[in-house]
Design a protein around this ligand. Structure first.
Ligand SMILES: [Zn+2]
Length: 204
């Protein structure tokens, strides 16, 4: 039997993601430890996801499904695990993006847009303009990102003949890049810290 590699990768990612979550549980749930209020915890969680990942539509039925769990900490863990898993599995298709008005383009733009295994020397400008075009937001989850934290992918892979033209450049946050870039050898347990945002939200 041949296992679907995407399934294996995503499963590994989720496991990888949950390990640090378990380790940092005390820290993650410091808010709830203080108040013991599930209601506030859920409100915070929803606000956090809405603010940081507005394009990820979430199903919160896990709250109802875990209603028989008496231990509030276990219940909160189950809820957060479910939300993280939904973030991973969020269905996303790489689509052609908007272009940039012609007056903003430069004389060598066209010739350097063609598919080429070597990144063009004006790539930094292209990346920045694509980031501005997308109002600094991740195309997959909608998170607002700084230019320095911006990752990119291509609607059509360069290896498949995709070019460096703006219509082909997609802006991503680091977490979505990790989820999508399943060929990235950095996607190991040690490097995956996707739960960082959740840790921060309870601390902040
Ligand atoms: Zn994202």
């Amino acid at each position: 039997m041949i296992l679907d590699s995407t399934f294996i990768i995503y499963s590994s990612l989720i496991i990888a993601c949950l390990i640090p979550l378990y380790i940092y549980r005390q820290k993650v749930f410091s808010f709830a430890y203080k108040t013991g209020s599930l209601e506030f915890f859920i409100k915070d969680l929803k606000q956090h996801m809405q603010r940081n990942h507005p394009k990820i539509s979430l199903d919160y039925s896990i709250i109802e499904k875990t209603k028989d769990e008496k231990d509030i900490r276990i219940r909160e863990t189950l809820i957060v695990e479910d939300i993280i898993s939904q973030f991973f599995y969020h269905e996303y298709e790489k689509n052609t993006q908007k272009g940039i008005s012609r007056e903003k383009l430069w004389s060598t733009y066209e010739e350097k847009s063609f598919s080429n295994p070597k990144t063009p020397n004006d790539w930094i400008e292209r990346r920045e303009l694509a980031w501005i075009r997308d109002e600094n937001k991740c195309n997959r989850c909608g998170m607002e990102i700084k230019l320095d934290d911006t990752f990119t992918t291509f609607a059509k892979d360069i290896a498949q003949g995709g070019g460096y033209n703006f219509e082909n450049i997609i802006i991503l946050c680091s977490d979505c890049n990790k989820v999508l870039n399943d060929k990235n050898p950095k996607n190991t347990i040690a490097s995956l810290n996707l739960n960082d945002a959740l840790i921060k939200y309870v601390e902040g």
